[in-house]
Design a protein around this ligand. Structure first.
Ligand code: NOJ
Length: 555
């Protein structure tokens, strides 16, 4: 049932709009992808050695999580030098080699840029600490006197996304702002020097051939400089943005900065090689998100609503329809994602009872409610839903293997600062960052030749790349076929017509005439009688079983 009669590699469609509007982007968490030098940490040369795998998988681009010099307190989102590669990951020469080797096989490279904050080991922060109060070297960050007669209270009541106060006190009595860890001081984007520096960083990497940027905390760089207090009940640990009119999320000023960056990208795109940027913007509503996608701003912005949706057809249907509408209204295309390095992997989320707060479940359980078979089956169906949609879709490394969240990591190995900052009330994000298994055997299942930086469960052997390659019905072969079929049938247009096929089904038709159906209910539903099936996530029996997706052409 899963094999198309046609050769799916034959692209019968004309080459459509720029690559980023329709591409499938594979997210690389370098630290956990492949370790070339046997130190237990993934690296760029490990990634280079796996490029043939990525080519054969059929992805269009890679998004590489931060690879800059960093103490790795927050997995590299604490950048000490934006123009150098973290030595544990390799060298600038390795990065340049990767970019050119990827380009040779038709894969684009998107790198992660972190403009909201630096590492406390960044030269600027070291200069700020060494400078006297009032010195311009301090004004690259938000460093302020505290409240109270002796200044011993933080300047505002703002809370960190990772838990605890967002201000820490310096030895000289002033306070610095960090919306994340206290080793991640927030930059002051009112300072022209900060703006100029990032313009130069953009150019530095564009000159080295990168095709795009994923911009971290895109909604956060600009703060309300009157520093009012916030409603602290609106910020959950690692939670997205739920309210408008906030003192540091989604302020209008961020759009000026975005426009400045867009001008640089447009300048570098003049030779026809389209350079793009995609926003990680957690904002309150789809309308607010669409503002980031105006023609002179971001090319794309992740749609996190789908990721946050329950396994529920009505919810997913309206999220899809609204995201398509909002993106089209500003001339963009939607950007879909089900998992990334910050959330519980979707194969696990979909195996939990409806309504489970999955971040809490990691620590608090009960863990026996997890139905891993159901999660796997739904993850297969979700893969076809994700890849059937117009726009671009992001796959997080290991999704194609059906990796589950490793929810039972011993607390002694946890590395995410969230574990400590939350006062051990949130287990953090390590469970989705466990190194990828490539082979059935070996000390780290082929991730490297030694032990991996986070322990992998024994079950990784049976779902390794080696175990799944060529195995009919495996998750990996499903992804490979889906990506080939997508190229053949689903990228020449950006249109989508939502179909009404009952309460439990998400169904839509693409411009090529292909229909994509996902049954999110618990009963099979009838399919039209005369169809040519292109791919199904599990066997069909004239009906679409529960938790199954199919792509077909009506005859
Ligand atoms: C979002 C990133 O995805 C996450 O991993 C990081 O911790 C925060 N931004 C802070 O940079």
């Amino acid at each position: 049932m899963q094999d198309s009669q046609d050769d799916p590699t034959e692209n019968t469609q004309t080459e459509p709009a720029p690559w980023w509007r329709r591409g499938v982007v594979y997210q690389i968490y370098v630290r956990s992808f492949a370790d070339d030098n046997a130190d237990g940490t993934g690296d760029i040369n490990g990634l280079r050695s796996r490029l043939p795998y990525l080519r054969d998988l059929g992805v269009d681009a890679l998004w590489i999580n931060p690879w800059y010099r960093s103490p790795l307190n927050d997995g590299g989102y604490d950048v000490a030098d934006y123009r150098e590669i973290e030595p544990r990951y390799g060298s600038t020469a390795d990065a340049e080699a990767l970019i050119s080797e990827a380009h040779e096989i038709g894969i684009k490279i998107i790198i992660d840029l972190v403009p909201n904050h630096t590492s406390s080991e960044h030269q600027w922060f070291e200069e700020a600490l060494a400078a006297p109060i009032g010195d311009p070297a301090r004004s690259r960050y938000h460093i302020r006197p505290g409240r109270g007669t002796d200044g011993s209270e933080p300047p505002t009541n703002w809370v960190s996304v990772f838990g605890g106060p967002a201000w820490s006190r310096l030895d000289d009595g002033e306070w610095f702002l960090h919306l994340f860890d206290d080793t991640q001081p927030d930059l002051n984007w009112e300072n022209p020097e900060v703006r100029a520096e990032f313009e130069s960083i953009f150019r530095f990497w564009l000159d080295r051939g990168v095709d795009g940027f994923r911009v971290d905390v895109a909604q956060g760089s600009v703060k309300d400089m009157t520093f009012p207090d916030m409603d602290t009940s609106t910020q959950e640990i690692l939670g997205g943005v739920t309210v408008e009119d906030h003192p540091f999320w989604d302020l209008d000023g961020v759009h000026d900065i975005i426009r400045q960056w867009r001008r640089i990208l447009d300048e570098y795109s003049e030779d026809g090689a389209e350079r793009m940027m995609v926003a990680e913007a957690w904002v309150a509503t789809p309308e607010r998100l669409a503002r980031y996608l105006r023609p002179d701003e971001y090319h794309q912005s992740f749609n996190f609503d789908l990721l946050q949706s329950e396994w529920d057809a009505n919810s997913m249907r309206s999220i899809i329809a609204e995201a398509c509408q909002e993106a089209a209204a500003v001339g963009s295309t939607p950007t879909w994602v089900l998992s990334n390095h910050d959330v519980v992997r979707h194969a696990t989320r979909y195996g939990l009872p409806i309504g489970t707060k999955w971040r809490n479940w990691l620590l608090d359980g009960p863990h026996n409610v997890l139905d891993t078979n159901l999660g796997q089956r739904r993850a297969r169906a979700a893969a076809l839903l994700l890849l059937g949609l117009p726009g671009s879709s992001y796959i997080y490394q290991g999704d194609e293997l059906g990796l589950d969240e490793v929810w039972d990591l011993p607390t002694a190995v946890l590395d995410d600062p969230v574990w400590e900052r939350s006062g051990h009330t949130s287990k953090g994000r390590d469970g989705c960052r466990v190194p990828v298994p490539w082979t059935k055997n070996g000390p780290s299942y082929g991730f490297g030749t030694g032990e991996a930086w986070l322990p992998q469960p024994k079950s990784f052997s049976g779902i390794s790349v080696e175990a799944q390659t060529g195995k009919s019905g495996s998750m990996l072969e499903l992804y490979r076929l889906a990506l080939r079929t997508r190229r053949q049938h689903l990228i020449a247009d950006e249109t989508i017509e939502m179909l009404e096929e009952g309460d439990t089904v998400v169904a839509f038709q693409r411009g090529s005439g292909v229909q994509c159906w996902t049954n999110l209910g618990s009963e099979a539903v009838p399919l039209p009688s005369d169809i040519k099936v292109l791919i199904a996530s599990d066997p069909l029996d004239k009906q679409l079983p529960a938790n199954t997706s199919v792509w077909f052409l009506p005859r």
